[in-house]
Write a new protein. Sequence first.
Length: 159
Amino acid sequence: MIKKSRRNIRTITIVLLLLLLLLSFETSTTTAKILNECEAMRELQRGGISRTFISNWICLMKYESGMDTKLITGPKGASNYYYGIFQISSGKWCTRGRVGGICNKRCEDFANDDIQDDIICAKTISNMDGFKAWNEWTKKCKNKPLPNIRNCNRRRSIS
């Protein structure tokens, strides 16, 4: 009877460990969305960005986040964290864990696949500080060749 009870406990323990392993694998395989230039262009247009400036915005997104919609980096100087495809700073523009900052948003809201709220905040940043607010734009985009979006169609072709 005791051997059977130990065997049952061992079996239950193994099953629980396997379930925990599967659950941890499931959450660790969640991947971020990496936009390509044409997807980024469509999102920016949807967010009201003028086509004239889209190449600058795409360049900024490429060098700030690698076009990764869920990227969170930091802390960098004064314990600021940076969120989303535009790497929006928790030091000024948003607040970690609650609504706040100049954009009046939770920083974590910028680290998801919906970048429309990111675009609204990025436009606020740009209106206040220009593209120079982003170091990577200044280093890698200003007075440099910008991404060519001429081959991006406004509408996807129906196959």
